[in-house]
Design a protein around this ligand. Structure first.
Ligand SMILES: Cc1cc2nc3c(=O)[nH]c(=O)nc-3n(C[C@H](O)[C@H](O)[C@H](O)COP(=O)(O)OP(=O)(O)OC[C@H]3O[C@@H](n4cnc5c(N)ncnc54)[C@H](O)[C@@H]3O)c2cc1C
Length: 383
């Protein structure tokens, strides 16, 4: 297993970091404190680095980056601006699925605009009554000639109100379990639906939306895969999704760690910088160890993805550990900053708010434990 980045990966890390520091960092504070939503023009600036096209194979016009390289880019983006990271990687997830599972016609219709970051996509699985148990989806799609009629509500959708293309999961049959679940590519220019943004704890510059589909007509040619194949499509990207989340939280943990080191080296109490105090060193060493451990677990899983090796266990370990540990790291960063840590004068309160939701996304902490328990013990504790 490689734990050192190769030369190309180091170059990617350095060049992305420099670009983000120059072009993106200056926008963050003003947007986040003013709850200003990220514009498409900001997203477009990321295009040359392959944030949308990176995971698309060269034969489909993408950059065909290795997954480790893409994860490094995700960490850097998250370290800079979690709101931007979340809308960009949600869209990239759909772009990748479309490139791999879509028909020639679907790629022709949608792929270029997404890879160029002129358009944005979102992933719409969760519903008001359906979260962890995705087999219970209530959204329905009924065939009507060369269209499907879609009815249902999707909620907690990252980038929903900003997206041009929504990957919607709905049931075409009333079969028990996940059998009837089908995926549809719903484009704003062809089908109408309503979007409403939901206020949330952090990532104030990224929209989190509820999407309502009422008798929404979707061309049948936009069905992704066969009827009933939706759950398989959703699950097909799960390991990559979990590793992606791992690097998203590592980026925030790294930012919180760096801010804490800076502060500890500058803040003077009792005639010394607080870096001199053993209890501060204890906090910072533990934070650094957690960030390192999470990154290593992520690199192991990402490396397995690159080699095409099944990594269900490694991806779940990385996601479970990293999300829980980075919440602790960001919380601890506030402690290192003392009272200032609780104010918006320093970025650590934002890191804490921004990192918090990732113990929920891509399968909650509890779901990861159930999956790992089943994997390790050979018996299922799912209800
Ligand atoms: C900021 C943010 C962005 C999101 N973006 C998207 C998106 O882009 N697209 C999308 O489709 N969804 C998105 N989601 C939704 C996310 O995927 C869900 O929140 C997640 O799947 C959990 O579902 P739920 O919130 O309904 O919780 P529930 O499933 O209702 O769970 C509630 C609690 O019960 C626990 N629980 C559930 N089942 C079990 C069990 N069998 N045993 C033990 N404990 C259990 C859970 O772990 C949790 O603690 C987003 C959520 C957030 C907060």
């Amino acid at each position: 297993m490689e734990i050192e980045l190769n030369q190309q990966q180091r170059i990617i890390k350095d060049s992305v970091r420099k670009f983000l520091a120059k072009e993106i960092t200056p926008l963050v504070e003003d947007h986040e404190t003013g709850r200003k939503l990220i514009s498409k023009d900001i997203i477009k600036r990321l295009e040359p680095y392959g944030y949308a096209s990176g995971l698309v194979a060269e034969e489909h016009g993408g950059l065909g980056l290795d997954f480790v390289s893409y994860c490094i880019m995700v960490e850097e983006l998250s370290r800079t601006w979690a709101s931007l990271r979340t809308v960009v990687t949600s869209s990239a997830l759909v772009t990748k699925l479309l490139s791999r599972k879509g028909t020639e016609r679907q790629r022709e219709k949608f792929l270029d605009q997404l890879m160029a970051m002129d358009e944005l996509a979102c992933f719409a699985l969760t519903e008001p009554n359906v979260g962890s148990d995705t087999s219970a989806l209530e959204a329905k799609a009924e065939r009507d000639g060369d269209h499907y009629i879609l009815n249902g509500t999707k909620t907690l959708i990252t980038g929903g109100s900003l997206a041009d293309l929504v990957l919607v999961y709905a049931k075409v049959k009333n079969d028990a379990g996940g059998k009837g679940i089908t995926a549809f590519l719903v484009h704003k220019s062809e089908s109408s639906f309503e979007a409403r943004n939901i206020r949330k704890m952090g990532m104030h510059s990224s929209p989190l939306s509820e999407l309502a589909f009422v008798d929404c007509r979707v061309p049948a040619e936009n069905r992704l895969g066969e009827e009933g194949e939706g759950q398989r499509i959703a699950l097909s990207g799960l390991n990559e999704g979990r590793v992606n989340v791992t690097f998203a939280v590592v980026g925030l943990g790294q930012a919180a760690l760096e801010a804490s080191i800076r502060y500890a080296q500058e803040r003077v109490q009792f005639g010394k910088t607080i870096a001199h105090f053993q209890l501060i060193q204890d906090m910072i060493v533990k934070m650094a160890l957690k960030v390192d451990t999470a990154r290593l677990l992520g690199l192991r899983a990402a490396g397995l993805v690159d080699r095409g090796v099944d990594c269900r266990r490694e991806a779940s370990f990385a996601k479970l550990y990293a999300t829980e540990a980075m919440v602790e790291v960001c919380n601890q960063a506030i402690q290192v900053h003392g009272g200032y840590g609780y104010t918006a004068e320093f970025p650590v309160e934002r890191y804490f708010r921004d990192v918090r939701h990732l113990t929920m996304a891509e399968g909650t902490t509890e779901i990861q434990k159930l999956l790992l328990g089943r994997e390790i013990l050979g018996v299922s504790a799912f209800a």
